[in-house]
Write a protein that binds this ligand. Structure first.
Ligand SMILES: [Zn+2]
Length: 192
């Protein structure tokens, strides 16, 4: 009886990560392309740091993680999609930081293109806004190249505005980036 229970539990654990064992994490921008910036606060750095934190949380959950970049280097959008398309049982999560000319614009928003991306994005957006106290800008459809060219379920999340004072203070905090990374990982597990 005990043996059966162990097999059942083991079966459930392996099943949970069966649909896609791999998560491709894409830290936006890099190298000469610093993304949105405000003073010395650069999107490319915040995105990469958050990507590494997400990698850690996903590995704790048993996922294999592929990073499109691990260093401060430039990658074209088509290269990012090409990396993602090398994997079949996988999903693609691109991390970005927003910037707007209206400094009042704030909060988190997540973009999708395909129907699976919509489900994945909904799970991630829900977890982020329920676990982190930020403005919910919602889940949105977008024809971004990196989403259109990626065949596996794909989303692009904008985890705050570098141009907004409150968001910027949060984004500069490792505690905030860690909480966001954990929420994204939880959203991925919820979608799985
Ligand atoms: Zn960006």
């Amino acid at each position: 009886m005990r043996t059966i229970a162990i097999y059942l539990i083991f079966g459930m654990l392996t099943m949970s990560a069966w649909g896609f064992g791999t998560v491709v994490i894409d830290a936006g921008h890099g190298g000469n392309d610093r993304g949105g910036s405000w003073g010395k606060v650069y999107e490319k750095h915040l995105a990469l740091d958050t990507a590494f934190r997400l990698e850690r949380y996903l590995k704790m959950k048993g996922y294999r993680v592929i990073m499109t970049r691990k260093t401060d280097k430039y990658l074209s959008l088509s290269t990012r999609s090409a990396i993602a398309n090398k994997y079949k049982n996988a999903i693609f999560v691109s991390i970005h930081i927003n910037k707007a000319s209206r400094t009042g614009a704030a909060g988190i928003e997540t973009f999708y293109y395909g129907s699976e991306g919509r489900k994945l994005g909904a799970a991630i957006q829900d977890k982020m806004v329920s676990k982190v106290k930020v403005e919910n800008r919602g889940l949105k459809y977008a024809r971004f190249s990196v989403l259109r060219k990626t065949k596996i379920p794909a989303i692009l999340t904008e985890i705050g505005f570098v141009s907004n004072y409150g968001d910027r203070q949060r984004l500069k905090s490792g505690h905030y980036r860690d909480a966001i990374a954990k929420a994204i990982a939880d959203g991925i597990a919820k979608y799985d």
